[in-house]
Design a binder for this molecule. Structure first.
Ligand SMILES: Cc1cc2nc3c(=O)[nH]c(=O)nc-3n(C[C@H](O)[C@H](O)[C@H](O)COP(=O)(O)OP(=O)(O)OC[C@H]3O[C@@H](n4cnc5c(N)ncnc54)[C@H](O)[C@@H]3O)c2cc1C
Length: 378
């Protein structure tokens, strides 16, 4: 069967795919090109995305809430994070999906197709779906190649969590400050903490999060969250309005090596999740701008999307955390107590100079980092 033929096919209509489609549909350079976005399920997901940026941003109209203050709490330290000129911003994925789907449909330039893609054949230049095959001159593919989990050469840990969106009778939250990490409820021998996004004094998303080589059972998160309410927030009086779970790979696996003349991997599948943090929202915006710049300059869309210097730093950091998972609290305490939030955000945004990188690295210095440096660099 011949099947339809497109200029571009975007596989996956999530954070990366929808944003790429939106930017293509808004750019006259791509006018008249036949483009499709294919997803097995276009329904709205229950996910919360946070990111930081300076001043006003592209997504401000969609924000649920933003904060100019944060907290970091460990056994030793209680750190007040004063963020300006940055703000920590929160978007519900459902709001983002709905708005972008509407906007892209309104532009009339991009076809939405519900199908599950199984593979891309480089000879026929077709993506084979369950329903049809789709030809294209280039594919943007957000499927995640699962082989990263088997790679012996690379380090993978998982950021996995469960969150409860709760309403309480008493006003127990401080809505002017979110909690980046609170290590007071501990899981043995692991990097695990509570993360809080407070909307009002009575309403918040409270998540128990691991950065660990292992995954865990659902009831473990529930127990840790129950403990946090009982021992830290000291209340039994709350109602769970919704729950959110997630597993994000934190890995130095080079997903971008799969980029070719025919295929550019995007999103998590392209290695756009920062290995040391699990964040990808802001990276997505930057990388899509780079893809469009590449295309307009006659380069392959997937060229130079990943900064190798920062990928090495991330690899060392991941190795330390994977080999010494029980030391996460100490490592993050040094990170947040010896550097300002502005220095941290600039470094995590991969905008720092080598001397600024060195300052951050020296703040984390320990023999574990030296060992991981030699393991990852040589
Ligand atoms: C619960 C959760 C919370 C997160 N919170 C944050 C955060 O606060 N900040 C941050 O920066 N990052 C966060 N992340 C990490 C990351 O930003 C998100 O996972 C983000 O959605 C990744 O974007 P993506 O486009 O790669 O994948 P997705 O948004 O998951 O989109 C992928 C799409 O591809 C589709 N698809 C998959 N396989 C196929 C196939 N074979 N055929 C057709 N379609 C297919 C899926 O249905 C999906 O719609 C979070 C992740 C999770 C899971």
């Amino acid at each position: 069967m011949l099947g339809p033929r497109y200029f571009y096919v975007i596989i996956g209509g999530g954070l990366a795919g929808l944003q790429l489609a939106r930017q293509l549909s808004r750019d006259v350079f791509f006018k008249g090109k036949r483009i499709a976005i294919i997803d097995s399920d276009f329904s709205l997901p229950i996910k919360t995305w946070c990111f930081w940026e300076k001043g006003k941003g592209k997504w401000d109209a969609l924000l649920t809430k933003s904060w100019s203050r944060g907290k970091f709490i460990s056994s030793e330290k209680n750190i007040d994070l004063q963020l300006p000129p940055y703000r920590y911003k929160m978007i519900k994925a459902a709001d983002y999906h709905q708005k972008l789907q509407e906007e892209i449909k309104l532009s009339g330039d991009i076809e939405f197709i519900t199908d599950e893609i199984q593979n891309i054949d480089p000879v026929t230049m077709k993506a084979k779906g369950r329903k049809k095959s789709y030809g294209a001159t280039h594919f943007f593919d957000s499927r995640v190649d699962p082989s990263y989990q088997e790679s012996k050469k690379h380090t993978t840990i998982f950021q996995h969590f469960k969150g409860w969106e709760v309403e309480t009778t008493d006003p127990i939250f401080t809505p002017d400050a979110f909690t980046m990490m609170d290590y007071r409820i501990k899981y043995p021998d692991a990097t695990a903490f509570t993360y809080i996004l407070p909307y009002t004094p009575n309403k918040a998303l409270v998540e128990y999060t691991f950065f660990s080589p292992f995954l865990t059972e659902d009831k473990v998160y529930d127990e840790m969250l129950q403990d946090y309410f009982k021992k830290i927030l000291k209340t039994k009086d709350f109602q769970i309005k919704s729950t959110e779970t997630g597993v994000i790979p934190m890995t130095d696996y080079p997903f971008d090596n799969a980029n070719t003349r025919l295929v550019t991997k995007i999103g998590t599948g392209g290695g756009w999740v920062k290995p040391s943090t699990g964040y990808s929202f802001k990276n997505t915006e930057k990388r899509i701008a780079k893809i469009i710049e590449n295309i307009k300059s006659g380069r392959l869309p997937g060229e130079h999307l990943i900064n190798n210097k920062f990928r090495k730093y991330d690899a060392i950091f991941l190795d330390v955390l994977a080999k010494n998972n029980q030391k996460g609290e100490g490592i993050f305490t040094k990170f947040y107590s010896k550097n300002s939030p502005q220095e941290i955000f600039k470094y995590l945004d991969e905008e720092t100079s080598v001397s600024e990188d060195l300052k951050i690295m020296l703040s984390l210095y320990s023999f574990d980092f030296v060992l991981s440096f030699f393991r990852k660099v040589f």
